[in-house]
Structures are given as structure tokens and as C-alpha cells.
Design a protein around this ligand. Sequence first.
Ligand code: FUB
Ligand code: ZN
Length: 685
Amino acid sequence: MKKQSTHRCVCPAIVLFLLFCACGTGKKQPAENSHDYPIQPVPFTAVDVKDSFWSPRLETNRTVTIPYAFDQCEETGRIRNFEEAAKVLTGEVERGEFCTAYTFDDSDLFKIIEGASYSLKVAYDAELDGYLDNLIKTIAAAQEEDGYLYTARSVNAEKPHQWVKENRWDNLYMGHELYNMGHLYEAAYAHFLATGKRTLLDIALKNADLLVSVFGPDKLRGVPGHQVIEIGLAKLYRISGEQKYLDLAKYFLDDRGKAEGRELFGEYSQDHVPVVEQSEAVGHAVRAAYMYAGMADIAALTGDRSYIDAIDRIWDNVVTKKIYLTGGIGATGAWEGFGPAYELPNESAYAETCASIANVYWNHRMFLLHGDARYIDVLERVIYNGALSGIGFSGDRFFYPNPLASFGQHSRSPWFTCSCCPSNVTRFLPSIPGYAYAVRDEEVYVNLFMQSDAQIPLKEGTVTLRQITDYPWSGGIKIVVDTEEPRSFNLMVRIPGWAQGQPIPGDLYRYAGEGDEAPVLKLNGKTVRLKTKNGYVSLKRRWKQGDAVDIDLPMPVRRVLAHDAVEADRGRVAVERGPLVYTAEWADNGGRAHNLILPDTAELRTEVRADLLNGVAVITGQDLILIPYYAWAHRGQGEMAVWLARIPDKALPAPEPSTAAEAEVTGSPTSTGGQKRDRPSPNGR
Ligand code: FUB
Ligand code: ZN
């Protein structure tokens, strides 16, 4: 049996802080009364995933996507931008050349470094470690003397990119200076966590110190046009204990929507009213969800209740009016963002992969604040559906928008001129095991189901929880306790909303008809009365070696109907099983999908198809086969529909030969769908 630690549970932030102090110049202590989330996640590094669904995806990310994305950064000039900037700074050349299309291309490299660091932590790879060391040297060489780091300006301050204005910080709206820096901080945090090396962290801290000296209520007034730095600064604060980073993050939030001393960027950047007065999700979806995640962080770290009230309201708005069944957010391609309430078109759904990832980050933080399983219900829906569709099985093909219907104009691309989504995927996938468990004092939350061994830190010592399951294909989950000494804790097992008759909290979607079977939970073979509070069954006892909990979440095929106000889904029905949303694709249905009709009375069955799409359970009905949504677009281009006609009137006849071509020309940005697509120009640029 594994030797068990008898150390007291220590908050991961404190461990990092101690490491930070041990590694050099850490001076400040986190304040005695410092706050953080009341619930702490069990880090992904403590969850050893051995799961037939997730392990191959995580391994492909580590072995294919991350090296592939670095190659793309080399080939497209993203790394050369740093080299050029470095040459200018050392005087080797007078003016360099900015080699790529967007000023935020630095951020792609930072995101991939973050993903690579996480992956190093899971499986050490000396070659990757060395590659990162070299890359970091290049980044260091591109950093200006005072900490400024933004290749789009540094390569050629006199003839820079069109978004780079005369002086630093002149174009906070579109320049992405602060956005890049935010991703730098996240990468630095991850790299330090993974390697204990301060190389990238020192670059980040020097940069953050520059920002602290520049921005603030009594200094330069300004906020980032694209949020994310708030999250990055919160991480620097956690590592260093330096209050100034937290203050700056708070300043960047608090000055939004306040017109004194600066021009507001408007709804697109969630800069239309002060953040604590916002109630509706508006504007660019990635910006918005990163900001809500940042507000959760700053609320947790400062105890500021007004942020929480605002993100609670906004969350209600999203889940009741602005989220796709797949968990995707940001319906509108025109500004890559939220549309009006209930406007959720399917074919033109933008539902950007980055927005799904940001939605996961936000919902995880909402859970850490509130301890309510409804946030995990949303998170789970996003990871199995809207986010996972963003990356193909091969690990080197990506979706940027994730539509819920297609006439064949969509296919995953190898890369994009604007490649925010592929780089985001590299860091998102390794984070997934980190959402499975969380701890508050002696409460252990079991949030996600995946075959794994998790080391759960408790006050009395670490306990191993083993999950045995083939979720999401079946709802049978066994959790076995492995502990040398008996330990007292309260095991909080999430009973998903979908297993209790609710697809997403609120009334935007509902299941048609009652589910016949209720979830069953057994403790050491004895059925426990299923009483949930905030979505959890609580099992409080002194646990001993071999204690086992068996959970059975029945997974019947369920029909889903949308709120009548969602015009695109009227007269239509979607199909789910467990956490998976299903879709009809041309390849299984005689070359079409939009002509299919699924009458309310038609019987639907599940069939396991190990030979199909890396092994899936399909849903079959008369003249109908449905596959999991995440698996679509792997067999060429053709029709796809999540929302099927319930009645013949809603089915579409075979398209005129021109229809697909017309969609290509006149449709939403999603209809460009081809290789190396560029992103659309959002409004306001
Ligand atoms: O602006 C940076 C990133 O590019 C955004 O987050 C994405 O939506 C894309 O526009
Ligand atoms: Zn993106």
C-alpha cells in the first residue's frame, strides 16, 4: 500500500508561496487574515487520470498538440517576433519586422508555455523542459529594460502594427498589450509551479512591477480592452504575497465603466457601466467570461461581496437566456459575443472554443465561491460538448466557432491566422482533472467522474480516492477509499442536474417527459436515501480502508426542448444521454441531417460502437443515428444538426445545389469554415 503523508492539509497557494520564498527574493508574507476561495480545488497534479475517455485526449494534447502548436508558432513567426524584438533591443538591428497578423500573437506562445508546463508536471520530459528554457531566454531578451514586453511595439516602434499607437498604452482598447501580459503571468505561474524555476516568473514580476508603477487611480487611468490580466495578477499575488498585484487587478476591474478621465470602450469590452452594476452578459464573450472569472478571484481574495452579487446576476442571465445546449456562449459572430436574450441561432452559432474554455474557468470559480453543484453542471456540459468539439481526435485540427448545425461548410482547421483557440486548448486540457475534486475543511467534493486515483489533502492527512468508471458511457461509478488510518470527512458526491431532470439550471432547456429511474447510491453495499443539498449527497463518517461508494446515475436517452422564445429551436428537439449532447451527422444518415424528423413517440436506443469515432455510444431510432456532438466533423464535410425537426414542417428538403455555396458567402463568420480562416472583424474596431 502507498505510504501516506501525515502532513496537515496545506493550501496550494501557500505551498507555492513557500517555494517562491525558498527560490529567492520573496519578501512579503500573505496577510494573516488573507482571504481566498472557501473551497480549494484538488490540483490536477494530484489526480492521476486512468480513464478511457480522458486519458487519450490528455496524452494527445501532451504528445501531439503541444509540440505541434510550438511548431506552428515557429513557422508562423510568433517566436520570430520575440527574436526580432530582442535584436532591436540589443542594437543588432535598427528596426525589426513584426512577422504576424495580430498584436496578441505573443499570447499564443504564452498559452502554449502554460499548457506545456502543466504537461511537464504530469509527465516530465527533459527535452520539453530544455525547449522551454530556450524559449524563455528568447522572451527575456525581448523584454525591455523597464519590464515592458510587447513585441508588436518593440520590433519597430516607428512603423509598428496598425493597432500600436504612438505611445505605450495609447491603444488599450484594441492593442492587447495588457492581454498579452496577463497570459504571460499565467504562463509564468504554471512554469514556476511545474519546474520551480524563476526564469519566466521573474520576467512576469518585472513586467507587473512596471504596470504597478504606471496604472492606478492616481496614475494613468486605463483598463485592458481585453480582460485576462486580472486572473494573471491574482496568480502573481498568490505566489508572491505582494498586495500591489492584487490592488492593480482590483483597479483594472473597478475602473471599468467609469468615464472620469478616460473614454469608455463600451459593451463590447464590458466597459459600459461599473462591473458591480452589471447584470447582463454583453459584448465579446471571451473578454466577458475572463472578466467574470477575474471578479470571482478578486472577490475571493478581498472578500468583496459586491463583485459576487454582480457575477451571480450575470450567471443567472447567461444560463437562463444566453447559453447553447452544448455549453457554448457568445452566439454572434459579428462581435464574437453575446447576442440578445434567447437569440441562439444554430448554424451561425459562434460559440468560440476560447469562450467555452473561459466559461469553464468562470464556472469553476463560481463553484469555489458557492459550493453549489449547479456550476459544475454547466462546467461539465461545456467540457464534454462545446469545448471538446474545439479539438479534433488527431490533436492538430481545431474549431474556432462551434456551430450546432452545418450544411457542410465547416471543418476543423490546422491553424488560424488568429489562433487563440488552438493555443487555449493546449492549456485547457491538462487543467481538466483539476475540476474533479475540491476540499473545504473536512468536506471533500466529488465533482467530475473519471477513472482516477486522487490524493485528497485533509487536515488529518492525505487520503486516496479511487474512481472506477467508464463515464460518460455509463453512469456507474465506484469510489473506493484508500487510507492507512481511518479518517473523518464528509464525502460530498455530486448528483448531476441531468440525472435529476434538469439539463441546465433555469428554464432555457427542459427534458421532455419524466425520467423513469432515479439515481441510486450505496455505501458499502447499502442503499443510502438520496437527499441532495446544493446538488450533493453528503456522506459523513469516519472512513476506513476499502470503504466504497457505488453511484448509479441512470442514463436513459433524453429528449430536450428549448424555451419557446428560442426561435431557432422552435418545433425542434435535441437528444442527450448522460452529460453528452448528441447530433445527427450526414455520414450516418444517408448523406443528410436537416431532412430528419424525430417524432415525439419514436423509440430511441443506445448502441455501443467501439469501431466508430474512437469508440462511442450512438443513439439509434428508425432511420436515424446520432453521435456525440464532440465527435462530429471527423469524416469529411456534410450536414449536421443538433436540433432536429419534431414535425415534418420543420425538416428541410434537400438543398438546392446553391444553398451550401450561398451559406459560404452570405452566412455568418462560421460559414467561412475553411482552412486557416481569419477571424471576423468585431464591431467597434
Ligand atoms: O482578441 C484576442 C482573441 O482573439 C479573443 O479572445 C478571441 O475571441 C479572438 O478575437
Ligand atoms: Zn479563440
